[in-house]
Ligand binder design. Structure first.
Ligand SMILES: NC(=O)c1ccc[n+]([C@@H]2O[C@H](COP(=O)([O-])OP(=O)(O)OC[C@H]3O[C@@H](n4cnc5c(N)ncnc54)[C@H](OP(=O)(O)O)[C@@H]3O)[C@@H](O)[C@H]2O)c1
Length: 260
Protein backbone atom coordinates (compact mmCIF):
# COMPACT_ATOMS: atom_id res chain seq x y z
CA UNK A 1 0.00 0.00 0.00
CA UNK A 2 1.24 3.48 -0.94
CA UNK A 3 0.18 6.70 0.75
CA UNK A 4 0.89 10.42 0.45
CA UNK A 5 1.27 12.81 3.37
CA UNK A 6 0.20 16.46 3.37
CA UNK A 7 2.16 18.28 6.08
CA UNK A 8 5.01 15.79 5.78
CA UNK A 9 7.63 18.16 7.23
CA UNK A 10 5.55 18.84 10.36
CA UNK A 11 5.60 17.14 13.75
CA UNK A 12 2.69 14.86 12.85
CA UNK A 13 3.94 14.28 9.29
CA UNK A 14 7.22 12.91 10.66
CA UNK A 15 5.42 10.56 13.04
CA UNK A 16 3.02 9.34 10.33
CA UNK A 17 6.06 8.55 8.14
CA UNK A 18 7.55 6.55 11.04
CA UNK A 19 4.26 4.75 11.79
CA UNK A 20 3.83 3.90 8.08
CA UNK A 21 7.32 2.42 7.94
CA UNK A 22 6.63 0.28 11.05
CA UNK A 23 3.42 -0.97 9.42
CA UNK A 24 4.90 -1.82 6.00
CA UNK A 25 3.09 1.11 4.32
CA UNK A 26 5.09 2.99 1.67
CA UNK A 27 5.09 6.79 1.82
CA UNK A 28 5.12 7.67 -1.88
CA UNK A 29 4.66 11.47 -1.74
CA UNK A 30 5.66 13.87 1.03
CA UNK A 31 4.05 17.27 0.52
CA UNK A 32 4.57 20.53 2.42
CA UNK A 33 4.17 24.25 1.71
CA UNK A 34 6.93 24.19 -0.91
CA UNK A 35 5.21 21.56 -3.07
CA UNK A 36 2.33 21.60 -5.54
CA UNK A 37 -0.87 20.10 -4.14
CA UNK A 38 -1.40 17.83 -7.17
CA UNK A 39 1.76 15.87 -6.32
CA UNK A 40 -0.23 14.38 -3.41
CA UNK A 41 -2.33 12.34 -5.79
CA UNK A 42 0.36 10.71 -7.95
CA UNK A 43 0.68 6.92 -7.73
CA UNK A 44 -1.02 6.66 -4.33
CA UNK A 45 -3.73 4.55 -2.65
CA UNK A 46 -4.62 7.18 -0.05
CA UNK A 47 -3.74 10.56 1.41
CA UNK A 48 -3.12 11.47 5.06
CA UNK A 49 -3.41 15.16 5.93
CA UNK A 50 -1.91 16.72 9.07
CA UNK A 51 -1.19 20.27 7.91
CA UNK A 52 -3.13 23.50 8.48
CA UNK A 53 -6.60 24.72 7.40
CA UNK A 54 -5.19 26.64 4.40
CA UNK A 55 -3.40 23.56 3.03
CA UNK A 56 -6.41 21.31 3.70
CA UNK A 57 -8.55 23.85 1.85
CA UNK A 58 -6.27 23.72 -1.25
CA UNK A 59 -6.31 19.91 -1.14
CA UNK A 60 -10.11 19.75 -0.90
CA UNK A 61 -10.60 22.25 -3.75
CA UNK A 62 -8.29 20.16 -5.91
CA UNK A 63 -10.24 16.98 -5.02
CA UNK A 64 -13.59 18.67 -5.72
CA UNK A 65 -12.42 20.02 -9.09
CA UNK A 66 -10.73 16.82 -10.27
CA UNK A 67 -12.99 14.07 -8.87
CA UNK A 68 -10.07 11.67 -8.32
CA UNK A 69 -11.83 9.24 -5.99
CA UNK A 70 -8.67 8.73 -3.89
CA UNK A 71 -9.40 8.07 -0.18
CA UNK A 72 -8.34 10.85 2.19
CA UNK A 73 -7.76 10.89 5.95
CA UNK A 74 -7.97 14.40 7.42
CA UNK A 75 -6.45 15.03 10.85
CA UNK A 76 -5.96 18.79 10.52
CA UNK A 77 -7.92 20.75 13.11
CA UNK A 78 -9.24 24.31 13.27
CA UNK A 79 -11.38 23.82 10.15
CA UNK A 80 -14.30 26.20 9.59
CA UNK A 81 -17.89 25.39 8.61
CA UNK A 82 -16.92 26.29 5.00
CA UNK A 83 -14.26 23.55 5.15
CA UNK A 84 -16.76 21.06 6.53
CA UNK A 85 -19.11 21.94 3.65
CA UNK A 86 -16.24 21.34 1.23
CA UNK A 87 -15.54 17.95 2.83
CA UNK A 88 -19.21 17.10 2.35
CA UNK A 89 -18.97 18.08 -1.33
CA UNK A 90 -15.76 16.07 -1.88
CA UNK A 91 -17.24 13.02 -0.15
CA UNK A 92 -19.59 12.57 -3.11
CA UNK A 93 -16.61 11.50 -5.24
CA UNK A 94 -14.22 10.01 -2.63
CA UNK A 95 -14.24 8.28 0.76
CA UNK A 96 -13.12 10.82 3.35
CA UNK A 97 -12.15 9.97 6.92
CA UNK A 98 -12.25 13.03 9.14
CA UNK A 99 -11.60 13.24 12.86
CA UNK A 100 -10.16 15.81 15.22
CA UNK A 101 -8.66 12.99 17.28
CA UNK A 102 -7.15 9.82 15.81
CA UNK A 103 -7.02 8.04 19.18
CA UNK A 104 -9.48 5.15 19.47
CA UNK A 105 -9.53 5.67 23.27
CA UNK A 106 -10.86 9.17 22.69
CA UNK A 107 -13.64 7.69 20.55
CA UNK A 108 -14.51 5.44 23.47
CA UNK A 109 -14.39 8.46 25.78
CA UNK A 110 -16.85 10.16 23.42
CA UNK A 111 -19.27 7.22 23.79
CA UNK A 112 -18.89 7.24 27.59
CA UNK A 113 -19.54 10.99 27.65
CA UNK A 114 -22.70 10.53 25.57
CA UNK A 115 -23.97 7.86 27.98
CA UNK A 116 -23.15 10.00 31.04
CA UNK A 117 -24.83 13.08 29.55
CA UNK A 118 -27.91 11.03 28.72
CA UNK A 119 -28.06 9.41 32.17
CA UNK A 120 -27.41 12.57 34.18
CA UNK A 121 -29.49 15.07 32.21
CA UNK A 122 -29.36 18.83 32.29
CA UNK A 123 -29.51 19.21 36.06
CA UNK A 124 -25.81 18.34 36.09
CA UNK A 125 -23.42 21.13 35.11
CA UNK A 126 -20.89 20.12 32.47
CA UNK A 127 -17.44 21.66 32.07
CA UNK A 128 -14.81 20.65 29.51
CA UNK A 129 -11.15 21.41 30.15
CA UNK A 130 -8.51 20.92 27.48
CA UNK A 131 -4.74 21.35 27.85
CA UNK A 132 -2.27 21.38 24.96
CA UNK A 133 1.32 22.41 24.19
CA UNK A 134 2.25 26.06 23.70
CA UNK A 135 2.49 25.76 19.87
CA UNK A 136 -1.14 24.76 19.26
CA UNK A 137 -2.82 27.43 17.16
CA UNK A 138 -6.57 26.66 17.44
CA UNK A 139 -8.78 26.73 20.55
CA UNK A 140 -10.73 25.06 21.97
CA UNK A 141 -9.26 21.87 20.52
CA UNK A 142 -11.22 19.98 17.89
CA UNK A 143 -11.59 17.16 20.43
CA UNK A 144 -13.07 19.46 23.09
CA UNK A 145 -15.56 20.72 20.50
CA UNK A 146 -16.40 17.14 19.48
CA UNK A 147 -17.05 16.20 23.14
CA UNK A 148 -19.20 19.31 23.60
CA UNK A 149 -21.23 18.49 20.48
CA UNK A 150 -21.73 14.95 21.80
CA UNK A 151 -23.14 16.32 25.07
CA UNK A 152 -25.40 18.77 23.20
CA UNK A 153 -26.68 15.88 21.06
CA UNK A 154 -27.40 13.79 24.17
CA UNK A 155 -29.34 16.76 25.56
CA UNK A 156 -31.21 17.34 22.27
CA UNK A 157 -29.88 20.89 22.20
CA UNK A 158 -28.16 23.01 19.53
CA UNK A 159 -24.46 23.03 20.45
CA UNK A 160 -23.88 26.74 19.78
CA UNK A 161 -26.92 27.68 21.90
CA UNK A 162 -25.43 26.13 25.04
CA UNK A 163 -21.64 26.29 24.51
CA UNK A 164 -19.86 28.97 26.56
CA UNK A 165 -16.32 29.72 25.37
CA UNK A 166 -15.78 33.09 27.09
CA UNK A 167 -15.92 34.05 30.74
CA UNK A 168 -14.40 37.45 31.42
CA UNK A 169 -15.55 40.46 33.43
CA UNK A 170 -19.19 40.58 34.44
CA UNK A 171 -20.73 37.37 33.18
CA UNK A 172 -24.30 36.23 33.19
CA UNK A 173 -25.24 33.40 35.52
CA UNK A 174 -24.95 29.91 34.10
CA UNK A 175 -27.50 29.22 31.37
CA UNK A 176 -29.69 26.13 31.52
CA UNK A 177 -27.86 23.22 29.89
CA UNK A 178 -24.66 25.27 29.49
CA UNK A 179 -21.42 23.52 28.49
CA UNK A 180 -18.43 25.54 29.72
CA UNK A 181 -15.02 25.33 28.01
CA UNK A 182 -11.63 26.05 29.58
CA UNK A 183 -8.37 26.11 27.64
CA UNK A 184 -4.77 25.88 28.83
CA UNK A 185 -1.71 26.18 26.57
CA UNK A 186 1.50 25.15 28.28
CA UNK A 187 4.84 23.51 27.79
CA UNK A 188 4.84 20.35 25.69
CA UNK A 189 1.53 18.79 26.84
CA UNK A 190 0.45 16.40 24.05
CA UNK A 191 -3.28 16.60 24.74
CA UNK A 192 -5.45 16.33 27.85
CA UNK A 193 -9.25 16.45 27.96
CA UNK A 194 -11.30 16.38 31.14
CA UNK A 195 -15.08 16.37 31.28
CA UNK A 196 -16.76 17.15 34.61
CA UNK A 197 -20.39 16.41 35.46
CA UNK A 198 -21.43 18.16 38.69
CA UNK A 199 -24.45 18.59 40.91
CA UNK A 200 -24.64 20.34 44.27
CA UNK A 201 -23.55 17.22 46.18
CA UNK A 202 -21.06 15.37 43.98
CA UNK A 203 -19.17 15.26 40.72
CA UNK A 204 -17.67 12.84 38.22
CA UNK A 205 -14.59 13.72 36.19
CA UNK A 206 -13.51 11.71 33.16
CA UNK A 207 -10.01 12.44 31.87
CA UNK A 208 -8.00 11.33 28.86
CA UNK A 209 -4.30 12.10 28.51
CA UNK A 210 -2.31 11.42 25.36
CA UNK A 211 1.29 10.66 26.38
CA UNK A 212 2.75 10.76 22.87
CA UNK A 213 1.67 12.16 19.49
CA UNK A 214 2.52 8.71 18.12
CA UNK A 215 -0.96 7.61 19.15
CA UNK A 216 -2.44 9.97 16.52
CA UNK A 217 0.03 8.88 13.84
CA UNK A 218 -0.71 5.19 14.43
CA UNK A 219 -4.44 6.00 14.41
CA UNK A 220 -4.07 7.74 11.04
CA UNK A 221 -2.33 4.73 9.51
CA UNK A 222 -5.04 2.48 10.90
CA UNK A 223 -7.67 4.84 9.41
CA UNK A 224 -6.11 5.02 5.94
CA UNK A 225 -5.82 1.21 5.78
CA UNK A 226 -9.46 0.93 6.87
CA UNK A 227 -10.86 3.53 4.45
CA UNK A 228 -9.17 2.30 1.26
CA UNK A 229 -11.75 0.36 -0.76
CA UNK A 230 -14.79 1.89 1.00
CA UNK A 231 -17.59 3.70 -0.82
CA UNK A 232 -17.64 7.46 -1.20
CA UNK A 233 -18.83 9.29 1.91
CA UNK A 234 -17.66 10.75 5.21
CA UNK A 235 -16.27 8.42 7.87
CA UNK A 236 -15.11 9.12 11.42
CA UNK A 237 -13.33 7.20 14.16
CA UNK A 238 -16.81 6.21 15.39
CA UNK A 239 -17.36 4.25 12.16
CA UNK A 240 -13.99 2.57 12.56
CA UNK A 241 -14.59 1.38 16.11
CA UNK A 242 -18.37 0.86 15.72
CA UNK A 243 -18.10 -2.74 14.59
CA UNK A 244 -16.26 -3.78 17.74
CA UNK A 245 -17.87 -1.43 20.24
CA UNK A 246 -21.59 -1.84 19.49
CA UNK A 247 -21.57 -5.60 19.90
CA UNK A 248 -19.32 -5.58 22.98
CA UNK A 249 -21.05 -2.70 24.80
CA UNK A 250 -24.35 -4.58 24.90
CA UNK A 251 -22.73 -7.79 26.11
CA UNK A 252 -20.63 -5.97 28.73
CA UNK A 253 -23.76 -4.34 30.14
CA UNK A 254 -25.63 -7.66 30.17
CA UNK A 255 -22.63 -9.32 31.88
CA UNK A 256 -22.54 -6.45 34.42
CA UNK A 257 -26.24 -6.96 35.21
CA UNK A 258 -25.79 -10.76 35.53
CA UNK A 259 -22.90 -10.33 37.97
CA UNK A 260 -24.88 -8.13 40.38
N1 LIG B 1 -6.59 14.67 14.44
C1 LIG B 1 -5.64 14.40 15.31
O1 LIG B 1 -5.63 13.35 15.98
C2 LIG B 1 -4.49 15.37 15.46
C3 LIG B 1 -3.42 15.09 16.32
C4 LIG B 1 -2.34 15.97 16.36
C5 LIG B 1 -2.35 17.12 15.58
N2 LIG B 1 -3.43 17.39 14.77
C6 LIG B 1 -3.47 18.55 13.89
O2 LIG B 1 -2.62 18.29 12.77
C7 LIG B 1 -2.18 19.53 12.23
C8 LIG B 1 -0.66 19.51 12.07
O3 LIG B 1 -0.06 19.44 13.34
P1 LIG B 1 1.53 19.48 13.50
O4 LIG B 1 1.80 19.54 14.95
O5 LIG B 1 2.19 18.42 12.68
O6 LIG B 1 1.86 20.93 12.83
P2 LIG B 1 3.23 21.47 12.27
O7 LIG B 1 4.38 20.79 12.91
O8 LIG B 1 3.14 22.96 12.34
O9 LIG B 1 3.22 21.02 10.72
C9 LIG B 1 2.41 21.65 9.76
C10 LIG B 1 2.69 21.05 8.39
O10 LIG B 1 1.79 21.65 7.44
C11 LIG B 1 2.54 22.12 6.34
N3 LIG B 1 1.94 23.30 5.73
C12 LIG B 1 1.72 24.52 6.29
N4 LIG B 1 1.16 25.35 5.39
C13 LIG B 1 1.04 24.65 4.24
C14 LIG B 1 0.54 24.95 2.94
N5 LIG B 1 0.02 26.16 2.65
N6 LIG B 1 0.55 23.97 2.00
C15 LIG B 1 1.06 22.74 2.28
N7 LIG B 1 1.55 22.41 3.48
C16 LIG B 1 1.53 23.34 4.45
C17 LIG B 1 3.90 22.48 6.93
O11 LIG B 1 4.84 22.54 5.88
P3 LIG B 1 6.14 23.52 5.96
O12 LIG B 1 7.14 22.82 6.82
O13 LIG B 1 6.58 23.64 4.53
O14 LIG B 1 5.67 24.83 6.56
C18 LIG B 1 4.11 21.30 7.87
O15 LIG B 1 4.54 20.18 7.13
C19 LIG B 1 -2.72 20.61 13.19
O16 LIG B 1 -3.93 21.12 12.66
C20 LIG B 1 -2.97 19.85 14.47
O17 LIG B 1 -3.94 20.46 15.30
C21 LIG B 1 -4.49 16.53 14.72
Amino acid sequence: MKISILGATGAMGGLVTKAALQDGVVVENKVSSRDRIESLFKNTDGVVDFSCPMATDSMLRYVRDNQLGIPIVIGTTGLSQAHLDLIEECSKSAPIFFTSNMSSLVSMLNIVVYVMAKLLGENHDVEILEIHHRLKKDAPSGTALMLGKTIAKARNREFMDIANFIRYGIIEQRKSGEIGFSVQRCSNVVGTHEISFMNELESIKIRHEAHSKEVFAKGAIRAVKWIIGRSNGIYTMDDLIKETVTSTLKSIYEEFLCNQ
